[in-house]
Design a protein around this ligand. Structure first.
Ligand SMILES: Cc1ncc(COP(=O)(O)O)c(C=O)c1O
Length: 381
């Protein structure tokens, strides 16, 4: 039974201050006419220099950024794109928009991200890309994946929606692959309400995505309202970008707090038979969402923990389901046949039920975390 005196602990909540309100108000009042792209360009520039990449294009979502990037790589009908079985559907859906097939491979036990060996085994002549999704801030084995990409001449894409603040051997998540994508949905480390970013260091790919993103009108086209190809409309608004600019002024603070939250959980839960977001040598985990995975040898029912959270007015959030499990159940009108599973993925199927995301938002306090920890300890006792 829910205790009425307990304040709600959300699993996620953005941190929006006066500066965000000030810049959004300015964009609302003044960001029109000649100024209608000013905050968008400022936001792109700030993001680009944070990541240390050559190009950034603000979009209406990460899903849209992925869709355009994949289209710019000419991925289409009957092509295959490899990604990990445990993921949010947003990483796979854009592949199907293009008529290509997501090929789902197993994950590594320690990072919960794509297993490069399984990715290599899944490569066929139809493979047109590998998407490395840095799950919950954890980093994929980028050196191995990039070497694979080189060996087979396949682009490696980084879906870094959850990896703002994650750094791999000195390089930001999203800056290492052929292109990277980010999300600024309200749950993310920085937010514009909804929004995303496409980033790349590749001149030609940038020009192509820029053209695609503008309904197919290339920069060099002098005729008004004259598209050179069928493109997309996945633009971010100037008002959203104003919020993004204010968030970028605080990006170090926003990232640091995620790390602090993860450290608090790790310390409080250190005696339990669980693993949390890893931070291998030479890596920084952006810790978007502190997550615990219970050891396989321990009996654990995640529904019991979710109920305990509910009783204590705490929002619970399940770890992502295997996409192959979801795709098997999808309404057949909406293309489940496009998902491909060549082999069983035992690690993905063993892990998801043992894992749970813990509340991880900027303003969470140590006292809130102690309440969460108490529930975890009760269930795992
Ligand atoms: C890994 C990953 N990729 C893509 C997305 C999609 O982001 P958006 O909602 O901005 O399209 C999300 C968002 O939940 C995500 O977590």
């Amino acid at each position: 039974m829910l205790s009425p005196s307990l304040s709600k602990i959300f699993y996620t909540k953005p941190s929006i201050g006066e500066r965000e309100a000030e810049l959004v108000a300015d964009a609302t009042q003044n960001g029109w006419g000649d100024a209608c792209y000013d905050y968008i360009h400022k936001f792109e520039n700030a993001f680009k220099s944070h990541l240390n990449v050559k190009y950034a294009i603000a979009t209406s979502s990460c899903t849209g950024a992925l869709h355009m990037g994949l289209a710019a790589l000419d991925i289409g009908k009957d092509d295959e794109v490899i990604l990990a079985d445990i993921n949010w559907i947003a990483s796979a859906a854009p592949i199907t928009y293009l008529g290509a097939s997501p090929v789902l491979v197993d994950i590594l036990e320690d990072s919960w991200c794509i297993d490069p060996k399984k990715a290599e085994e899944a490569i066929t002549p139809k493979t047109k890309a590998i998407i490395a999704v840095h799950l919950y801030g954890n980093l994929c084995a980028m050196n191995v994946l990039l070497a694979l990409g080189k060996k087979y001449n396949i682009p490696v894409i980084e879906d870094s929606a959850e990896a703002i603040g994650s750094i791999y051997h000195g390089k930001h998540a999203g800056s290492m692959g052929t292109f990277g994508t980010f999300s600024f949905h309200g749950t993310k480390t920085i937010t514009t309400g909804e929004g995303g970013m496409f980033v790349t260091n590749d001149d030609a790919l940038y020009e192509k995505v820029l053209t695609l993103s503008n309904h197919g009108r290339s920069k060099s086209q002098t005729k008004q309202f004259w598209p050179d190809m069928i493109g997309f409309k996945y633009k971010m608004s100037n008002i959203q970008a104003a919020m993004g600019c204010a968030q970028m002024e605080r990006i170090n603070e926003l990232i640091a707090k995620r790390g602090t939250i993860l450290a608090w959980y790790k310390e409080a839960l250190q005696d339990l038979p669980i693993a949390m977001n890893p931070e291998p040598e030479n890596c920084q985990n952006g810790a978007w969402m502190s997550t615990m995975v219970v050891d396989a040898s321990v009996r654990f029912d995640r529904n019991q923990l979710l109920q305990e959270f509910k009783n204590n007015n705490i929002d619970g959030r399940v770890f992502f389901w295997p996409l192959s499990m979801i795709s098997a159940e999808l309404n057949s009108e909406h293309s489940p046949k496009e998902f491909t599973l060549r082999k069983p993925n035992p690690m993905a199927y063993s892990l998801y039920e043992r894992a749970i995301n813990l509340p991880s938002y900027h303003d969470i306090t140590k006292e809130d975390i102690e309440r969460v920890v108490k529930c975890v300890k009760k269930i795992l006792a």
